[in-house]
Design a protein around this ligand. Structure first.
Ligand SMILES: Nc1nc2c(ncn2[C@@H]2O[C@H](COP(=O)(O)OP(=O)(O)OP(=O)(O)O)[C@@H](O)[C@H]2O)c(=O)[nH]1
Length: 210
């Protein structure tokens, strides 16, 4: 049976060629696709993970990094629970474009979206152009919720990335549920109060009517 506690929509964005599709396929299918071609528009894959005893369904949207698809991909931001902004640690221009991606996120995504930044391709350490501390500083300085370096090729941190997303969203959702529950209890109490007042007024009215 397809039972799960929550379904979360996770959207990957970032420059063309940074490895978004490879990250998604490594996580969902366990493979590093050879000769991965550029994404056209958007694509999505689903994987269920466990957070504690809860089954969480992740609907992972892989968007095209190419500029010509930007207007299509922008429409996927709004309903995202989490946005994973990916750059390539061996490609300085992909890091330099992060402010542009950030302003898109701020413009199109929900204000409360979980914002994660990922530096991919750490397996090519000898070709690294962006030091880890620089990525981390960008993440902290721009209020990202989480920063991680990954490799879709050798699987470094790929599971960690999506599990962290699932865990943080589940925590947020449970907190929200609790608040909602408390709100309902308060609302019920308020109802009780109103009905008590009503009854009291009724009695007063009855008294006066007598
Ligand atoms: N060494 C190494 N190469 C990677 C890694 N991830 C992706 N690649 C390579 O980078 C290239 C682009 O990967 P994609 O996953 O297609 O990149 P993308 O971000 O989805 O690109 P668009 O679909 O055009 O936006 C491919 O040749 C991959 O084989 C990685 O972690 N390490």
């Amino acid at each position: 049976m397809d039972d799960y506690k929550y379904l979360f929509k996770v959207v990957l964005v970032g420059n063309a060629g940074v490895g978004k599709t490879c990250l998604v396929r490594k996580f969902t299918q366990g493979i590093f696709p050879p000769g991965q071609s550029a994404t056209i528009g958007v694509d999505f894959m689903i994987k269920t993970v466990k957070v504690g005893n809860d089954k969480i369904k992740l609907q992972i949207w892989d968007t095209a990094g190419q500029e010509r698809f930007r207007s299509i991909t922008q429409s996927y931001y709004r309903s995202a629970h989490a946005i994973v902004l990916v750059y390539d640690v061996c490609c300085q221009p992909s890091f330099d474009c992060l402010p542009e991606w950030l302003s898109e996120i701020e413009q199109y995504a929900n204000r409360k979206v979980l914002k994660i930044i990922v530096g991919n391709k750490v397996d090519k350490d000898d070709e690294r152009e962006v030091p880890e501390r620089v990525g981390k500083a960008f993440a902290t300085g721009n209020n990202f919720d989480y920063f991680l370096e990954t490799s879709a090729l050798d699987a470094t941190n790929v599971e960690n990335l999506f599990h962290e997303v699932a865990m943080r969203l589940t925590e947020a959702m449970k907190l929200n549920d609790q608040r909602f529950h408390t709100y309902n209890i308060d609302a019920n109490r308020a109802q009780d109060n109103i009905s008590l007042i009503d009854r009291a007024q009724q009695q007063v009215r009855n008294c006066c009517n007598r």
